[in-house]
Design a protein around this ligand. Sequence first.
Ligand code: C2E
Ligand code: CA
Ligand code: CA
Ligand code: CA
Length: 279
Amino acid sequence: AKELGRDNVQFYAPEFNSSGHERFLLQEELRNALARGEFTLLYQPQVDLRSGHVFAVEALIRWKHPSLGLISPIKFIPLAEETGLIVPIGDWVLHEACRQNKAWQDDGLPPMVVCVNVSARQFKESNLINRVVNALKDCDLEAKYLELELTESLIMQNVDMAVSTMNALQSLGVQISIDDFGTGYSSLSALKTFPVARLKIDKSFINDLVTDENDQAVASAVISLGQKLNLRVIAEGVETNDQVAFLRKNNCDEMQGYHFSKPVSAQGIAKLLNKEQGG
Ligand code: C2E
Ligand code: CA
Ligand code: CA
Ligand code: CA
Protein backbone atom coordinates (compact mmCIF):
# COMPACT_ATOMS: atom_id res chain seq x y z
CA ALA A 1 0.00 0.00 0.00
CA LYS A 2 2.94 2.28 0.61
CA GLU A 3 4.18 2.01 -2.96
CA LEU A 4 0.71 2.80 -4.13
CA GLY A 5 0.73 6.00 -2.11
CA ARG A 6 4.04 7.09 -3.54
CA ASP A 7 2.93 6.66 -7.11
CA ASN A 8 -0.75 7.35 -6.77
CA VAL A 9 -0.98 9.52 -9.86
CA GLN A 10 0.59 6.97 -12.18
CA PHE A 11 -1.37 4.24 -10.48
CA TYR A 12 -4.82 5.72 -11.03
CA ALA A 13 -4.28 7.42 -14.37
CA PRO A 14 -4.48 4.31 -16.59
CA GLU A 15 -8.18 4.05 -15.82
CA PHE A 16 -8.60 7.01 -18.12
CA ASN A 17 -5.90 6.10 -20.58
CA SER A 18 -7.90 3.47 -22.40
CA SER A 19 -8.04 5.07 -25.81
CA GLY A 20 -11.22 5.41 -27.81
CA HIS A 21 -14.79 6.09 -27.04
CA GLU A 22 -14.79 5.88 -23.24
CA ARG A 23 -11.90 8.23 -22.91
CA PHE A 24 -13.47 10.65 -25.37
CA LEU A 25 -16.71 10.66 -23.40
CA LEU A 26 -14.95 11.33 -20.13
CA GLN A 27 -13.04 14.13 -21.73
CA GLU A 28 -16.28 15.67 -22.98
CA GLU A 29 -17.83 15.27 -19.55
CA LEU A 30 -14.81 16.96 -18.02
CA ARG A 31 -15.01 19.76 -20.57
CA ASN A 32 -18.65 20.38 -19.67
CA ALA A 33 -18.13 20.05 -15.93
CA LEU A 34 -16.79 23.57 -15.52
CA ALA A 35 -19.65 25.22 -17.43
CA ARG A 36 -22.18 23.10 -15.55
CA GLY A 37 -20.76 24.11 -12.20
CA GLU A 38 -19.98 20.53 -11.18
CA PHE A 39 -16.74 21.28 -9.37
CA THR A 40 -16.55 22.11 -5.72
CA LEU A 41 -13.75 22.69 -3.25
CA LEU A 42 -13.30 21.05 0.11
CA TYR A 43 -10.82 22.46 2.61
CA GLN A 44 -8.55 20.60 4.99
CA PRO A 45 -7.13 22.40 8.05
CA GLN A 46 -3.39 22.65 8.63
CA VAL A 47 -2.48 22.81 12.28
CA ASP A 48 0.49 24.15 14.23
CA LEU A 49 1.85 21.19 16.19
CA ARG A 50 2.90 23.29 19.17
CA SER A 51 -0.11 25.57 19.62
CA GLY A 52 -2.81 23.44 17.99
CA HIS A 53 -3.84 26.54 16.07
CA VAL A 54 -5.31 26.25 12.54
CA PHE A 55 -3.27 28.67 10.44
CA ALA A 56 -4.14 27.48 6.93
CA VAL A 57 -6.40 25.24 4.86
CA GLU A 58 -5.63 23.31 1.69
CA ALA A 59 -8.21 23.56 -1.10
CA LEU A 60 -8.97 20.14 -2.61
CA ILE A 61 -11.15 19.85 -5.70
CA ARG A 62 -14.08 17.44 -6.07
CA TRP A 63 -16.16 16.69 -9.15
CA LYS A 64 -19.83 16.18 -8.41
CA HIS A 65 -20.92 14.29 -11.49
CA PRO A 66 -24.73 14.13 -11.86
CA SER A 67 -24.79 10.37 -12.58
CA LEU A 68 -21.36 9.05 -11.55
CA GLY A 69 -21.38 10.75 -8.16
CA LEU A 70 -18.41 12.31 -6.43
CA ILE A 71 -15.22 11.79 -8.45
CA SER A 72 -11.79 11.98 -6.79
CA PRO A 73 -9.16 14.34 -8.22
CA ILE A 74 -6.80 11.38 -8.42
CA LYS A 75 -9.07 10.15 -11.21
CA PHE A 76 -9.64 13.31 -13.23
CA ILE A 77 -6.67 15.63 -12.63
CA PRO A 78 -4.35 13.46 -14.80
CA LEU A 79 -6.88 13.55 -17.65
CA ALA A 80 -7.33 17.30 -17.19
CA GLU A 81 -3.56 17.66 -17.29
CA GLU A 82 -3.25 15.62 -20.49
CA THR A 83 -5.99 17.48 -22.31
CA GLY A 84 -5.01 20.93 -21.11
CA LEU A 85 -8.36 21.32 -19.35
CA ILE A 86 -6.34 21.74 -16.17
CA VAL A 87 -5.69 25.34 -17.19
CA PRO A 88 -9.30 26.60 -16.99
CA ILE A 89 -10.06 24.20 -14.12
CA GLY A 90 -6.98 25.36 -12.21
CA ASP A 91 -7.95 28.95 -12.82
CA TRP A 92 -11.39 28.24 -11.38
CA VAL A 93 -9.79 26.64 -8.30
CA LEU A 94 -7.55 29.65 -7.78
CA HIS A 95 -10.45 32.11 -8.00
CA GLU A 96 -12.79 30.02 -5.88
CA ALA A 97 -10.19 29.48 -3.14
CA CYS A 98 -9.36 33.21 -3.01
CA ARG A 99 -13.03 34.17 -3.06
CA GLN A 100 -13.81 31.78 -0.22
CA ASN A 101 -10.86 32.90 1.86
CA LYS A 102 -11.96 36.53 1.52
CA ALA A 103 -15.53 35.52 2.43
CA TRP A 104 -14.30 33.83 5.64
CA GLN A 105 -12.42 37.00 6.55
CA ASP A 106 -15.48 39.13 5.82
CA ASP A 107 -17.46 36.83 8.12
CA GLY A 108 -15.08 37.68 10.93
CA LEU A 109 -13.02 34.50 11.06
CA PRO A 110 -9.36 34.91 12.01
CA PRO A 111 -7.41 35.44 8.76
CA MET A 112 -5.67 32.36 7.46
CA VAL A 113 -3.81 31.16 4.42
CA VAL A 114 -5.50 29.15 1.68
CA CYS A 115 -3.21 26.66 -0.10
CA VAL A 116 -3.90 25.82 -3.73
CA ASN A 117 -2.39 22.89 -5.65
CA VAL A 118 -0.81 23.78 -8.96
CA SER A 119 -0.22 21.13 -11.60
CA ALA A 120 2.72 20.95 -13.98
CA ARG A 121 0.95 22.16 -17.10
CA GLN A 122 -0.69 25.00 -15.24
CA PHE A 123 2.69 26.04 -13.93
CA LYS A 124 4.47 25.82 -17.28
CA GLU A 125 1.98 26.95 -19.85
CA SER A 126 -0.63 29.23 -18.51
CA ASN A 127 0.93 32.54 -17.54
CA LEU A 128 0.45 31.63 -13.92
CA ILE A 129 1.69 34.96 -12.58
CA ASN A 130 -1.03 36.95 -14.37
CA ARG A 131 -3.65 34.46 -13.31
CA VAL A 132 -2.60 34.74 -9.68
CA VAL A 133 -2.53 38.55 -9.83
CA ASN A 134 -6.03 38.55 -11.34
CA ALA A 135 -7.46 36.13 -8.80
CA LEU A 136 -6.12 38.20 -5.90
CA LYS A 137 -7.38 41.42 -7.43
CA ASP A 138 -10.82 40.07 -8.38
CA CYS A 139 -11.29 38.69 -4.87
CA ASP A 140 -9.66 41.58 -3.03
CA LEU A 141 -7.46 39.13 -1.13
CA GLU A 142 -4.03 40.05 0.20
CA ALA A 143 -1.28 37.98 -1.40
CA LYS A 144 0.03 36.78 1.95
CA TYR A 145 -3.17 34.79 2.44
CA LEU A 146 -2.52 32.67 -0.66
CA GLU A 147 -0.01 29.84 -0.82
CA LEU A 148 0.71 27.65 -3.84
CA GLU A 149 1.66 24.00 -3.42
CA LEU A 150 4.12 22.87 -6.08
CA THR A 151 5.22 19.26 -6.13
CA GLU A 152 8.88 18.48 -5.86
CA SER A 153 8.80 16.62 -9.19
CA LEU A 154 7.18 19.59 -10.95
CA ILE A 155 9.97 21.88 -9.76
CA MET A 156 12.66 19.40 -10.73
CA GLN A 157 11.38 19.11 -14.32
CA ASN A 158 12.93 22.46 -15.09
CA VAL A 159 14.66 23.98 -12.11
CA ASP A 160 15.73 27.27 -13.70
CA MET A 161 12.28 28.00 -15.02
CA ALA A 162 10.67 26.97 -11.74
CA VAL A 163 12.96 29.19 -9.69
CA SER A 164 12.24 32.23 -11.83
CA THR A 165 8.47 31.68 -11.62
CA MET A 166 8.74 31.07 -7.87
CA ASN A 167 10.74 34.28 -7.48
CA ALA A 168 8.05 36.22 -9.33
CA LEU A 169 5.36 34.71 -7.09
CA GLN A 170 7.38 35.48 -3.99
CA SER A 171 7.78 39.11 -5.00
CA LEU A 172 3.98 39.33 -5.26
CA GLY A 173 3.86 38.20 -1.63
CA VAL A 174 2.42 34.76 -2.42
CA GLN A 175 3.93 31.91 -0.40
CA ILE A 176 5.10 28.61 -1.84
CA SER A 177 5.40 25.17 -0.38
CA ILE A 178 6.94 22.04 -1.85
CA ASP A 179 4.35 19.26 -1.91
CA ASP A 180 5.08 15.52 -1.83
CA PHE A 181 8.56 16.30 -0.55
CA GLY A 182 10.89 13.32 -0.39
CA THR A 183 9.52 11.67 -3.54
CA GLY A 184 11.17 13.83 -6.20
CA TYR A 185 14.91 13.79 -5.59
CA SER A 186 15.75 17.48 -5.22
CA SER A 187 19.41 18.10 -4.87
CA LEU A 188 20.22 19.86 -1.66
CA SER A 189 22.13 22.59 -3.44
CA ALA A 190 19.08 23.33 -5.60
CA LEU A 191 16.75 23.29 -2.61
CA LYS A 192 18.79 26.01 -0.96
CA THR A 193 18.02 28.38 -3.84
CA PHE A 194 14.25 27.79 -3.89
CA PRO A 195 12.20 30.73 -2.59
CA VAL A 196 9.85 28.52 -0.60
CA ALA A 197 8.37 28.76 2.88
CA ARG A 198 7.58 25.14 3.62
CA LEU A 199 8.25 21.52 2.89
CA LYS A 200 5.36 19.06 3.00
CA ILE A 201 6.53 15.57 3.92
CA ASP A 202 4.71 13.23 1.57
CA LYS A 203 2.07 11.13 3.25
CA SER A 204 3.63 7.93 1.93
CA PHE A 205 6.33 8.49 4.57
CA ILE A 206 3.74 9.17 7.28
CA ASN A 207 1.46 6.13 6.74
CA ASP A 208 3.75 3.61 8.46
CA LEU A 209 5.78 6.15 10.38
CA VAL A 210 5.38 4.38 13.68
CA THR A 211 6.59 0.97 12.49
CA ASP A 212 8.85 1.62 9.50
CA GLU A 213 12.36 2.71 10.39
CA ASN A 214 13.09 3.88 6.86
CA ASP A 215 10.10 6.20 6.94
CA GLN A 216 11.21 7.48 10.33
CA ALA A 217 14.63 8.21 8.91
CA VAL A 218 13.19 10.11 5.96
CA ALA A 219 10.72 12.09 8.08
CA SER A 220 13.27 13.12 10.67
CA ALA A 221 15.82 13.98 7.96
CA VAL A 222 13.31 16.24 6.20
CA ILE A 223 12.46 17.91 9.51
CA SER A 224 16.10 18.67 10.31
CA LEU A 225 16.75 19.76 6.73
CA GLY A 226 13.89 22.23 7.10
CA GLN A 227 15.31 23.54 10.33
CA LYS A 228 18.75 24.04 8.81
CA LEU A 229 17.36 25.81 5.75
CA ASN A 230 14.95 27.84 7.85
CA LEU A 231 11.86 26.33 6.25
CA ARG A 232 8.74 25.21 8.05
CA VAL A 233 7.93 21.51 7.73
CA ILE A 234 4.42 20.07 7.59
CA ALA A 235 3.51 16.40 7.65
CA GLU A 236 0.50 15.35 5.55
CA GLY A 237 -1.71 12.31 6.00
CA VAL A 238 -1.43 12.32 9.80
CA GLU A 239 -4.07 9.97 11.19
CA THR A 240 -3.01 8.64 14.59
CA ASN A 241 -1.88 9.79 18.02
CA ASP A 242 1.35 7.83 17.62
CA GLN A 243 2.20 9.69 14.43
CA VAL A 244 1.52 13.01 16.17
CA ALA A 245 3.76 11.96 19.07
CA PHE A 246 6.60 11.05 16.70
CA LEU A 247 6.29 14.36 14.85
CA ARG A 248 6.21 16.38 18.08
CA LYS A 249 9.22 14.54 19.44
CA ASN A 250 11.13 15.27 16.24
CA ASN A 251 10.14 18.95 16.27
CA CYS A 252 7.99 18.94 13.17
CA ASP A 253 6.23 22.32 12.89
CA GLU A 254 2.84 21.49 11.44
CA MET A 255 0.46 18.71 10.51
CA GLN A 256 -2.47 18.00 8.23
CA GLY A 257 -4.56 14.86 8.19
CA TYR A 258 -7.63 12.94 9.29
CA HIS A 259 -6.33 12.98 12.88
CA PHE A 260 -7.38 16.62 13.09
CA SER A 261 -9.94 16.80 10.29
CA LYS A 262 -10.85 15.36 6.92
CA PRO A 263 -11.33 17.85 4.09
CA VAL A 264 -14.65 19.62 4.77
CA SER A 265 -16.94 22.17 3.12
CA ALA A 266 -16.40 25.93 3.47
CA GLN A 267 -19.19 26.00 6.08
CA GLY A 268 -17.46 23.17 7.92
CA ILE A 269 -14.31 25.28 8.17
CA ALA A 270 -16.28 28.28 9.46
CA LYS A 271 -17.88 26.10 12.13
CA LEU A 272 -14.56 24.62 13.14
CA LEU A 273 -12.81 27.98 13.41
CA ASN A 274 -15.68 29.57 15.30
CA LYS A 275 -15.36 26.77 17.81
CA GLU A 276 -11.59 27.30 18.01
CA GLN A 277 -12.18 30.99 18.72
CA GLY A 278 -14.50 30.01 21.53
CA GLY A 279 -17.46 31.42 19.58
P1 C2E B 1 -2.17 16.13 -2.39
O1 C2E B 1 -1.97 17.54 -2.83
O2 C2E B 1 -1.00 15.38 -1.92
O3 C2E B 1 -3.31 16.21 -1.30
C1 C2E B 1 -3.37 15.40 -0.15
C2 C2E B 1 -4.37 14.28 -0.33
O4 C2E B 1 -4.34 13.48 0.85
C3 C2E B 1 -5.81 14.73 -0.48
O5 C2E B 1 -6.45 13.79 -1.32
C4 C2E B 1 -6.35 14.60 0.95
O6 C2E B 1 -7.75 14.47 1.00
C5 C2E B 1 -5.64 13.35 1.38
N1 C2E B 1 -5.50 13.26 2.83
C6 C2E B 1 -5.42 14.25 3.73
N2 C2E B 1 -5.27 13.78 4.97
C7 C2E B 1 -5.24 12.43 4.87
C8 C2E B 1 -5.10 11.37 5.82
O7 C2E B 1 -4.95 11.58 7.02
N3 C2E B 1 -5.08 10.10 5.31
C9 C2E B 1 -5.23 9.84 4.00
N4 C2E B 1 -5.22 8.57 3.61
N5 C2E B 1 -5.37 10.82 3.07
C10 C2E B 1 -5.38 12.10 3.51
P2 C2E B 1 -7.46 14.26 -2.46
O8 C2E B 1 -8.28 15.40 -1.96
O9 C2E B 1 -8.13 13.05 -2.98
O10 C2E B 1 -6.47 14.83 -3.56
C11 C2E B 1 -5.58 13.96 -4.21
C12 C2E B 1 -4.62 14.72 -5.07
O11 C2E B 1 -5.29 15.37 -6.15
C13 C2E B 1 -3.89 15.83 -4.33
O12 C2E B 1 -2.83 15.27 -3.59
C14 C2E B 1 -3.44 16.68 -5.49
O13 C2E B 1 -2.29 16.14 -6.09
C15 C2E B 1 -4.60 16.55 -6.45
N6 C2E B 1 -5.51 17.71 -6.32
C16 C2E B 1 -6.52 17.91 -5.45
N7 C2E B 1 -7.10 19.10 -5.65
C17 C2E B 1 -6.42 19.67 -6.66
C18 C2E B 1 -6.52 20.94 -7.35
O14 C2E B 1 -7.36 21.80 -7.04
N8 C2E B 1 -5.64 21.17 -8.37
C19 C2E B 1 -4.68 20.25 -8.71
N9 C2E B 1 -3.85 20.55 -9.70
N10 C2E B 1 -4.55 19.08 -8.09
C20 C2E B 1 -5.41 18.78 -7.07
CA1 CA C 1 -1.18 19.36 -1.89
CA1 CA D 1 0.99 15.72 -1.01
CA1 CA E 1 0.50 12.73 -3.08
